[in-house]
Design a protein around this ligand. Structure first.
Ligand SMILES: Cc1cc2nc3c(=O)[nH]c(=O)nc-3n(C[C@H](O)[C@H](O)[C@H](O)COP(=O)(O)OP(=O)(O)OC[C@H]3O[C@@H](n4cnc5c(N)ncnc54)[C@H](O)[C@@H]3O)c2cc1C
Length: 457
């Protein structure tokens, strides 16, 4: 029996198609490019390859349906954020490489918007920028420091005083916010489902309900037959550990979300937020929000535990403790939401590399390409990954094939139980740092230490 895919997120439930799976792989096939994974990474790769060379025989092999993974469940922030810290890029590749990465990530937000408009994908995309709120003195210090650092790197970040924030969105206990224009809010599932239809229109074949078992040079073994292709692309992100031989390549870490019912006019007026800026604050354990096109608030955060052995199971998508905490923080920011119904709760795994450094690459000798490890900043980065893989496969030496994440190899994660202990200890430390800052009003040294340790700050 097929799963009811709509129940995996509000976005899949509201994406406007019934998610009936496409036909699976009908047996062995010969292709030019075999892409494993029908999320943004796989589909952007297919898109740019097919657009550049319509003669290529391209197939996407998807275990469930396109958008089943993080691409159909995320917060819908199409942002210029790149997960590896600038300091780390500078240390490994120099200042120019970090500047180039920044520039390309900003351009990528606009590239996603361009394709969405040109291909007629109805993804509710609105480039309203991002607000990073400060709701405690410790957060204010951190957010102000971030504004200064971004300005030094040529970013457009500005500090907004509370009355300036209020003109955009009214949040309780707001001490100010950073604003940058380089982010668009969008409906994630409409983007991924729309993209799947567009690539099919370009002649790409999508095989759904087709689990890949192992990726080899020149072939993908699936539960439904073998696909032979000189180029094989791994686009399975957080699910990568379930492929043969890839258990320690990325660790699946869960992010969870809730969404309110559409707000009534009174509440909408109280909150404002007409510009649909994406919203976060300066705490250590990330939260993220957007006002949806249909007037709801979608609100997510980390904090769910990592599961032993990199296991991924449907039941891990739901964690009452995290949902309770998300609802508490949401009400704290917007007390006017008291009594508003939460209509959907969901979650999903995202891929975290051992050094927090996303990567994309193509080994010409073996024909194996890969991208992933976006650590929760993949909505825009996957587009850059798709363009980069296309250029590498088509042997085009371009600005983007020289970016510092191209060809990067992260070390493997430790074997268990070290992986379990390490990841959960880091998550706990972030939570404790936030609690300590709330109690003392001062920046937590523990939080800064963990951020530095994982390369996030
Ligand atoms: C709750 C949540 C919120 C997030 N919020 C944001 C955000 O606001 N902004 C942002 O930039 N990023 C966000 N992210 C991260 C972002 O969604 C991901 O980085 C991005 O979607 C990754 O796309 P992908 O195609 O690489 O992976 P996925 O979308 O996970 O796609 C992988 C695909 O591979 C398939 N697959 C798995 N195993 C196999 C197999 N054996 N054979 C065949 N197919 C297989 C899966 O079914 C899936 O469809 C969030 C992630 C989550 C989970």
């Amino acid at each position: 029996m097929t799963k009811d895919y709509r129940r995996y997120s509000y976005w899949l439930d509201s994406c406007g198609d019934d998610l009936t799976p496409r036909e699976p792989l009908p047996g062995d096939r010969d292709l030019d490019v075999a892409i494993v994974g029908g999320g943004y990474t796989g589909l952007w790769t297919a898109y740019y390859l097919a657009r550049s060379d319509p003669g290529l025989r391209i197939g996407v092999v998807e275990r469930d349906v396109c958008g089943f993974g993080a691409s159909g469940r995320n917060g819908g922030w199409c942002s210029a954020l790149f997960a590896a810290s600038r300091q780390r890029i500078v240390a490994a590749h120099g200042r120019d490489a970090a500047v180039a990465m920044d520039k390309e990530m900003r351009a990528t937000v606009d590239e996603v918007a361009r394709v969405v408009a040109e291909e007629g994908i109805e993804a509710d995309l609105c480039k309203g920028g991002t607000l990073t709120l400060a709701t405690s003195p410790a957060q204010a210090a951190r957010v102000r420091a971030e504004v200064a650092e971004e300005a030094a790197w040529g970013g457009d970040h500005v500090w907004l005083e509370p009355h300036e924030v209020e003109r955009r969105v009214r949040v309780a206990s707001c001490l100010g916010a950073a604003y940058t224009s380089h982010c668009a809010a969008l409906h994630p599932a409409r983007l991924v489902r729309g993209l799947a239809r567009v690539v099919e229109g370009l002649g790409v074949t999508i095989y759904e309900q087709t689990p890949a078992l192992a990726l080899h040079e020149g072939r993908v073994e699936t539960a439904r037959g073998t696909v032979k292709a000189p180029v094989v692309v791994r686009a399975t992100e957080g699910y990568t550990p379930s492929l043969a031989g890839q258990r320690r390549v990325l660790a699946p870490v869960y992010s969870l979300m809730i969404v309110t019912e559409p707000l009534d006019d009174g509440r909408r007026e109280t909150i404002g937020w007409e510009g649909r800026e994406t919203l976060t604050d300066g705490r250590h354990l990330i939260i993220y929000a957007q006002r949806t096109a249909d007037g709801r608030i979608a609100f997510g955060g980390r904090g769910a535990p990592y599961h032993f052995g990199s296991r991924i199971e449907d039941r891990f998508d739901l964690d009452d403790r995290v949902f309770g905490e998300l609802q508490r923080v949401l009400l704290q920011l917007f007390p006017v939401l008291q009594g508003v119904r939460i209509t959907h709760r969901w979650g999903g795994p995202l891929g975290v590399p051992r050094d927090w450094f996303p990567s994309v690459g193509f080994d010409r000798r073996t024909g194996m390409a890969w991208a992933g490890g976006y650590v929760g900043d993949g909505v825009a980065t996957t587009n850059l990954a798709g363009r980069t893989i296309a250029d590498l496969v088509l042997e085009r030496d371009t600005d983007i094939t020289r970016l510092p994440w191209v060809g990067h190899r992260s070390p493997r994660w430790e074997p268990e139980p070290l992986r379990f202990i390490g990841i959960n200890a880091a998550l706990k430390a972030m939570e404790m740092a936030d609690a300590a800052e709330l109690r003392t009003g001062r920046p937590s040294r523990r939080g800064s230490f963990v951020r530095r340790l994982i390369g996030a700050g």
